[in-house]
Design a protein. Structure first.
Length: 610
């Protein structure tokens, strides 16, 4: 039968016991899948699969690399099917043979069959022999453009020109990150530095030291590497973010400390004194970034403190804010973003420091986050770790899919959220829904705890006398500055003086709908959207020879109808308490979306027989 004749009989024995001949005799071995089993989820929540693969004579336990998981999710790799193994690495762990499959193609034309032959386990090497992993060989060929038909398969395999040997460096084969383990004794990887930490120091009773870490990426996976003390001095300046390097043993492989890593790898590296690091001449054939996305809906099942990658459409951008560390009193800038995706859910993502200050992505951009920490305080939310990264409108299929969905349907959708405060539209639980101003007052929002709500209201009045304040021009500092006698502006926090301040909005406006009116406070980002100018530009108009232009700018904003997302929170003013209503974001009305919502409401009334 065609399936039986297509099997690469004897391939597994050669791969593990005579690896030098494996690439020549079996360049693309065909194996039968005898078992597919999902492993327990890792701390990062990623899927991992264990397989049993057979060549008809022998079988072997197999690990499927995460980038190949799609063949299982698409129900192509199932028990009894046949697959061409395009990239793999053989391991010998504690005397047990393990095959790590990096790339494979299911031969659908061979169908699904019962187990062929009576395969037995591949014999492990005697203790005196070096395990296959120690040699560091990595086999594989490029993907074939066409699938051979069953009757042609053996003939084509024989006629196929032998594949080029794996990439070499300094006489060593390049080893895949996915195959690294504490049992790998000699290897070289070729990887891109996707992120590099600052140098961190520690002081303890037993001594002091310093360290830095990098995240390394190749086509098979990712791994964290750390340099301590002397290695920190030797390698920190050499390793540059975004560049590709050859890294060779000696380099220690140990179990990953999950509390300090956001990567889906059970192992991590530690540079040693004699670790060899060389910059690669070819910087192009290693991926720039690798995501393992979790949908926003799936966050509900992710445990607190796990790290995930997430992608979505940017629905809202909050104002820059600041918190003070309880540990050492240091201030930290933060910004809250709202992401939505095509699962119908939204989530709040907090970014920090430089990322928060420099964030300028417009609403409705597609944003991908790598390395966010899951919090369950008040519901599910995400926080971008210092080792994480953010990409705006990345050129990847998931981003294109979400952009197409949002443009065609998502813009008018309503979104549920896992937060206890929770929903933008039709969701269960407490709701961050569109309310009238009278509802906000009648429900006493903000009286017990801060609450979020959305109103559609018209601006009826804006105070012009205190519309902005002079802020420090240093990046990341928005503190108020004081004008000095010499005409400079001094910041007490930074202890620096500037020739001129950076003006920032602190607006007070009165808005109204058909039920009532409400005073709102508004800061710089939303102020720019409302007035269409920066606070610096407005100050120039105020100080110009024609002050009527300044007044006219405010009059242009009056009578604008906007959608305001607000926060209600109890504040103390001296000995008195009162609820303060702050604008988190302000957006012009989307009349197409509003029309569609009205249409849906009419349909609901019709269905109710009203």
């Amino acid at each position: 039968m065609a399936a039986a004749s297509a099997l690469s009989r004897g391939a597994l024995d050669v791969i593990f016991n005579d690896p030098d001949k494996a690439a020549k005799l079996f360049p693309v071995p065909v194996l039968q899948c005898l078992q597919v089993k999902q492993m327990a989820p890792s701390a990062q929540g990623g899927e991992r699969y264990r397989l049993v693969m057979s060549d008809g004579q022998h079988y072997v336990q197999t690990m499927l690399a995460t980038q190949a998981n799609h063949v299982v999710r698409d129900n192509k790799l199932v028990r009894g099917c046949f697959a061409r193994i395009k990239q793999y690495t053989p391991n010998n762990l504690k005397g047990k043979n393990i095959l790590v499959i990096l790339d494979l193609e299911v031969v659908e034309s061979l169908g699904i069959q019962d187990k062929i032959g009576e395969p037995v386990a591949v014999d492990a090497k005697p203790p005196g022999q070096e395990g296959a992993i120690a040699g560091g060989d990595f086999y594989g060929v490029k993907k074939e453009e066409q699938k051979p038909q069953p009757q042609q398969f053996q003939q084509q395999q024989q006629q196929q020109s032998m594949p080029s040997r794996p990439a070499m460096h300094g006489g060593s084969n390049i080893y895949p990150i996915e195959g690294l383990s504490p049992f790998a004794h000699k290897w070289t990887i070729k990887a891109r530095v996707t992120s590099k930490s600052d140098i961190k120091t520690w002081h303890k009773a037993t001594g002091e030291g310093k360290l830095f870490s990098v995240n390394l990426l190749d086509e098979s996976g990712e791994i964290k590497a750390t340099g301590f003390n002397e290695q920190c001095d030797a390698f920190y300046d050499r390793l540059q973010e975004g560049s590709v390097y050859y890294i060779s043993t000696p380099c220690r492989v140990s179990l990953a400390k999950k509390q300090f890593s956001n990567l889906p790898n059970d192992y991590e590296l530690a540079f040693e004194r004699d670790t060899v690091i060389e910059k690669a001449e070819d910087q192009t054939n290693v991926p720039q970034v690798r995501f393992n996305f979790c949908t926003i809906q799936e966050l509900q099942s992710v445990e607190k403190d796990n790290t995930v990658d997430v992608i979505g459409v940017l629905k809202e951008v909050g104002e820059i804010g600041e918190i003070v560390s309880k540990k050492d009193g240091r201030p930290f800038q933060k910004r809250e973003l709202t992401l939505v995706d095509d699962t119908g859910y939204s989530v709040r993502v907090t970014v920090w420091g430089k990322t928060a200050n420099s964030f300028d992505a417009p609403a409705e951009s597609v944003v991908a986050f790598k390395g966010t920490k899951v919090s369950d305080f008040g519901g599910k939310s995400l926080s971008l770790l210092s080792s994480g990264t953010m990409s705006v409108d990345p050129d990847i299929p998931d981003a294109h899919r979400l952009k197409g969905w949002y443009d065609s349907a998502g813009r008018t959708d309503t979104f549920a959220t896992h937060q206890g405060m929770a929903s933008m539209g039709n969701a269960t639980g407490r709701k961050d829904e569109i309310k009238t101003i009278s509802q906000v007052k009648d429900e006493n929002l903000g009286m017990d705890d801060q609450a979020y709500y959305t109103i559609k209201a018209t601006i009826v009045f804006m105070k012009q006398d205190t519309f902005c304040y002079p802020a420090c021009a240093s990046q990341g500092c928005n503190k108020k500055v004081t004008e000095m006698g010499d005409g400079t502006w001094h910041c007490e926090k930074c202890n620096v003086s500037h020739e001129k301040p950076e003006y920032r909005y602190i607006l007070s406006l009165n808005v109204a709908d058909h039920t009532s009116h409400q005073w709102l406070s508004c800061f710089d980002d939303s102020g720019q959207k409302i007035l269409g100018r920066t606070a610096n530009e407005m100050m120039e108009l105020k100080e110009s020879d024609d002050p009527t232009k300044f007044t006219a700018a405010f009059e242009e904003a009056n009578c604008k109808k906007l959608t305001f997302r607000c926060r209600a929170k109890m504040d103390n003013f001296g000995e008195a308490q009162r609820i303060r209503y702050q604008v988190m974001s302000a957006m012009p009305l989307d009349f197409t979306s509003e029309g569609n919502k009205l249409k849906e409401m009419i349909k609901e009334y019709e269905n109710m027989g009203v």
